[in-house]
Ligand binder design. Sequence first.
Ligand SMILES: N[C@@H](CCC[C@H](N)C(=O)O)C(=O)O
Length: 280
Amino acid sequence: MNFTKMHGLGNDFIIVDGERQLPDNASELALDVCDRFFGIGADGLVYILPSEKADFRMRIINSDGSEAEQCGNAIRCVAKYVYDNGLTNREEITIETLGAGVQKVQLAVEGGKAVSVRVDMGEPILEGLKVPTTIDAERVIEHPIEVDGRTFSFTAVSMGNPHCVIYVDDAANFDLDTWGPKLEKHPMFPRKINVEFVTVNSRSQADMRVWERGAGPTLACGTGACATLVASVLTDATDRTATISLKGGDLFIEWNEADNHVYMTGPAAEVFRGSLEVSR
Ligand SMILES: N[C@@H](CCC[C@H](N)C(=O)O)C(=O)O
């Protein structure tokens, strides 16, 4: 298997180019290769595939082997990969995802390489049952949730994949490892959930830490940053454009009033290339 190790603000992926390299059981392979001690090490395994509806198709498998519907940081890496490797020479491309449809991507290029990527992440899904949560409501905003005797308030947003946004006093120092996994697997979330702990510092900036479904604590989450901005507009905590500061760096997110789409802008980087003998 030939692969390229890439990351979006430290949220890291093993990028594999082409259908010929897709094994029958990508889920088991993800578990092996994402392992940080016995494998290459990554938050997810990402395949770039042909599409009938878009220029490219992307599949993202979390480090625990579960397949996700969408990934904001991976889509920027895929866009950089296809441009930098000459799979396209266009600076505007489309990428098909499993759960968020076809997304329009715009590249900023310097010296022949993509340095920043703006993605139209589509419309957020806010209906409780569609996120999905077990709550039958048009919107789930600041809803109480109890875990181990502690009550949090969460706002539910799907960006193709499910998120629960929780405001805390100091997101940067929040005890992710204790509360993240309990919330991820809470019975209120039938497909589990990505959990964002957020502190809003001004109408245009918030700190966010994430516990990802299927990957645990990661340095950044693009869809999580989008969900955070949407939740913060719904709760009137920020304006429609804000910087979301993650452990790995900043993402610039806009929830456009005219088309109801969320736009994410941020970097992507290549780390190294390699090949690995795989038995599957
Ligand atoms: N890191 C991602 C999201 C990856 C998928 C997620 N763990 C899920 O299961 O939904 C991002 O940047 O959006």
